[in-house]
Design a protein around this ligand. Structure first.
Ligand code: M6R
Length: 607
């Protein structure tokens, strides 16, 4: 993941910026750079590869200046070259960026039509040029950034530096984190508090949609509407910074909010965003000769695998068998030595998943591990790693690891389809465009937080809750019920909506909420029929669907969460968010420990 830093100091800043960037190295990167103002003029130094290359450059060509920005780049749009390294410059300004500017192609065309030229292949350059464009009409830097942010879509954090402005940095957060550090007559910006630890332990975090004007005197925060707002300055002891909750009450809330960023990074691992093509993948077995895929996992990772089954069957026309690891490992399943087994695990240490992996390997299957911890036992034992880039997940209930598992499974399913010739180039491009829009849609879905909290007030009074969904929303119904059970201890069941009339419909009464997950996909109308069956029996419906879904259902719906318009194929990546928030807020309202539910362990390394 990219890391960003900004420093307003009393003395030279180049060394401090490099020191802060070193603390962001853990995020992974392939080039780095810094920009400062020397006598008011923008100067940059950038280098491919590790920070030592940038440091060598700074020894050969030192940079003065008491204000500057820095960046470690993890390439998404364009190769990891010096030209594509940040900071990116436009006339009179430079910018560093973490995330994805989703509408960069449209903005490039718009800017090109106005006569702007481009020096790089990156999406970031447009974030610099739109500010230049705004300033060209006479706006101040603050007015220009405020206007430019309205033109950018995607999930990102940005820090801007302006020529001639020795006491001004402007930062913005939309789906990727940004922290402001308070020093003594000095101020800092960074992707996280860890980067700022050498300078200060007093840190404030931007909320979603915020932008901030930073001078040596302090920081003025604005919300998405431009209103000046206060953000709490908190003291973070250096030792606890990796396990930092930021503005959030629980790690789970923080991790839910990190999803636009981490899903974006996971997707960027598999997709060349500039070309809108899948990157080459090192398949351990020729996808063309495959007759079957087996997916094995536990808990939430198993739910991600189940969604993956739908996708692999749909896009790659391959039969997929899926099992929970605790069953698979003991049922003496025949293993096809020409087959492919995909194991999914956040921790990479789950005992049953690890044992199942060893079993299939002993029986000759090639393996792929969709794993979040790259050094884990499962990651090391699988033939090929398909990493999720969720970062450390502290909350026991899996949230961001789940959506990153979905992102990786989607990329694998499309990759298998492409390699097997069941997807054309045109279909690949269309599906990838839909897939890469999910981080921004997650950011949209996060805006339903207050509405979800209100619904949670009602759910907290229930004894049982039923979750329904069809197609890829069926696994999500399972996930909703699992999240609610583990966090609130309320009994919950997830069902395929079509199965309702085969039994669970007997449970319907006015006391049991029925959560229906109904994106606008090809089975939406079928799900509407199931809602009507519930309503006809006086059931209590909570609908999660697009704005028009409530009217189309034409039944009495007690609670409605109006979701943004999401393409039908990858809806679970976005619909996971309200499902997670509903469980989280119900737990908070009930006074339960959302981060460490009773009886549960984060990593189940025993049988
Ligand atoms: O580390 P893993 O992904 O292998 O863990 C699997 C399950 O233990 C895990 O997903 C569990 O179900 C979570 N508590 C769900 O929130």
């Amino acid at each position: 993941m990219c890391g960003i830093v900004g420093v307003l100091a009393q003395g030279p800043v180049a060394g401090s910026i490099v020191a802060a960037l070193k603390r962001l190295e853990y995020r992974g990167y392939d080039s780095a750079g810094i920009a400062t103002l020397e006598d008011g003029r923008l100067q940059r130094r950038r280098a491919e590869g590790k920070l030592k290359n940038l440091e060598a450059k700074l020894v050969a060509e030192p940079l003065g200046g008491t204000i500057g920005i820095g960046h470690t780049r993890w390439a998404t749009h364009g190769k990891p070259t010096e030209t594509n390294a940040h900071p990116h410059a436009a006339r009179g300004l430079a910018v560093v960026h973490n995330g994805i500017i989703e509408n960069f192609k449209a903005l490039r065309e718009e800017l090109a039509a106005k006569g702007f030229g481009f020096a790089t292949e990156t999406d970031t350059e447009v974030a610099a040029l739109v500010v230049e464009d705004e300033m060209a009409s006479g706006k101040t830097p603050v007015e220009a950034v405020s206007a430019a942010l309205k033109r950018l879509r995607g999930a990102f954090a940005l820090v801007y530096l302006f020529e001639g402005e020795e006491d001004l940095l402007i930062g913005a957060r939309q789906g990727a984190p940004l922290a402001v550090g308070y020093g003594d007559g000095e101020m800092y910006l960074g992707s996280d508090a860890l980067a700022l630890a050498p300078f200060t332990d007093r840190v404030a975090y931007l909320d979603e949609g915020d932008w901030v004007v930073v001078t040596r005197k302090g920081a003025e925060f604005h919300d998405a509407a431009g209103k000046v707002v206060q953000r709490r300055v908190q003291v973070s002891p250096a030792g606890s910074l990796l396990a930092e909750k930021g503005n959030y009450r629980h790690f789970m809330a923080k991790e839910i909010h990190e999803q636009p960023e981490v899903v974006g990074h996971t997707l960027a691992h598999y997709i060349d965003m500039s070309a809108m093509r899948l990157k080459p993948f090192d398949w351990p077995v020729d996808p063309k000769t495959l007759s079957k895929v087996t997916i094995i996992a536990c808990g939430t990772a198993h739910v991600a695998g189940l969604v993956g089954k739908y996708w692999i069957e749909r896009f790659a026309r391959l039969a997929v068998e899926i099992d929970v690891a605790s069953e698979f490992r003991y049922r003496e399943a025949p293993v096809d030595p020409n087959g492919l087994t995909i194991v999914v695990s956040q921790s990479g240490e789950t005992a049953d998943t690890l044992a199942s992996l060893k079993y299939v390997k002993e029986h000759g299957s090639k393996t792929i591990g969709v794993v979040n911890v790259p050094t884990s036992s499962i990651a090391r034992l699988t033939d090929v790693a398909a990493p999720t880039l969720a970062g450390p997940e502290i909350g026991v209930a899996s949230t961001k690891a789940f959506t990153c598992q979905l992102a990786a499974m989607a990329a694998l399913a499309l990759g298998l389809g492409k390699a097997r010739g069941t997807l054309s180039d045109a279909e690949e491009a269309t599906l990838l465009a839909e897939l890469v829009s999910t981080p921004a849609l997650i950011a949209e879905a996060l805006k339903l937080e207050r509405a979800t909290e209100k619904i949670a007030q009602a759910v907290a009074r229930a004894r049982d809750v039923l979750y329904l969904g069809r197609g890829t929303s069926y696994p999500l119904a399972l996930e909703g019920a699992l999240k609610l059970k583990e966090l609130t201890y309320i009994h919950a069941e997830g069902y395929a909506a079509g199965e309702l009339k085969h039994g669970p419909i007997a449970l319907i009464d006015q006391a049991m909420p029925v959560v229906v997950i109904a994106p606008h996909d090809p089975v939406f109308e079928k799900t509407v029929s199931n809602m009507q069956e519930v309503a006809a029996r006086g059931g209590w419906l909570i609908l999660i669907g697009e704005t028009h879904a409530k009217a189309e259902a034409a039944v009495e719906i007690e609670h409605f969460l109006p979701m943004p318009e999401v393409g039908a194929n990858f809806a679970p990546i976005v619909y996971a968010v309200p499902v997670q928030m509903l469980a989280y807020y119900t737990a908070v309202i009930m006074g339960k420990d959302a981060d460490q539910p009773r009886n549960l362990a984060k990593s189940v390394t025993v049988e």
